[in-house]
Write a protein that binds this ligand. Structure first.
Ligand code: SAM
Length: 201
């Protein structure tokens, strides 16, 4: 059991985003700048979300798992979960997890709307519903995009976060904040205000 040290197997991947992206095929690397969390962001978010040991952290819309995998390296005493609607991205996340030999990450294929948030302590959100807006960069054409879905997903996430107890932590990156209930308060910002750290009171 690792009590806080980054594992030797994981270390080489954390040297830079370029290193980390080598875990994925070229088609996925090309999407990294627009769609996957930079490892410097993952490190800061993990440090805030996993302030205590044995917490369960959910990435809402986990893509190819970059946030979860990097965060799991930085915080081996926490457990990171990612829920992702695209099965193909889950497959890339799983193969990267195997390559990195990480035991504290798990990926769930499905829509976050179907997930029981009671199981998780804290949350990470990288503007996952943005693709639904017209004129934005899309990951692929495998799903339908509508403004109605954007609004619907934001409403559901808002409701699920609102039901969480005081002390729940949330990190948002590039968020329009429609999904954040007023009971969550910003305690810190970073990356020119794009990265926000919230605690529910
Ligand atoms: C901007 S990417 C972020 C990926 C990952 N969180 C990261 O930071 O590297 C957003 C992801 O959310 C997923 N997503 C969007 N809406 C979703 C939903 N309703 N349920 C599950 N996944 C969703 C998309 O398929 C996409 O892979």
């Amino acid at each position: 059991m690792n009590h806080g040290e980054i594992s030797t197997a994981a270390k080489p991947w954390l040297g830079s985003d370029e290193n980390f992206n080598q875990l994925y095929p070229d088609s996925i690397k090309l999407l990294a700048k627009r769609h996957w969390t930079p490892i410097a962001v993952a490190e800061k978010a993990a440090s805030f979300l996993a302030a205590e040991n044995n917490t369960r952290i959910l990435d809402v819309g986990s893509g190819v798992g970059k946030f979860c995998l990097a965060a799991a390296c930085y915080k081996p005493t926490a457990f990171f979960y990612g829920v992702e609607q695209r099965n193909m991205l889950i497959a890339h996340a799983e193969s990267a997890r195997t390559e990195m030999q990480l035991g504290n990450v798990s990926f769930i294929h499905g829509n976050f709307t179907q997930l029981d948030f009671n199981y998780f302590d804290h949350f990470y959100f990288y503007n996952s519903f943005y693709e639904n807006l017209s004129g934005t960069d899309k990951i692929d054409d495998s799903i339908d995009y509508t403004r109605e879905l954007y609004n619907y997903y934001n409403r559901i996430l808002f409701k699920k976060l609102e039901e969480k107890p005081a002390g729940t932590r949330l990190v948002t990156y590039f968020s329009g904040e429609e999904e954040v209930p007023p009971s969550f308060h910003i305690v810190c910002t970073d990356m020119g205000n794009l990265l926000k750290f919230w605690i529910k009171i």
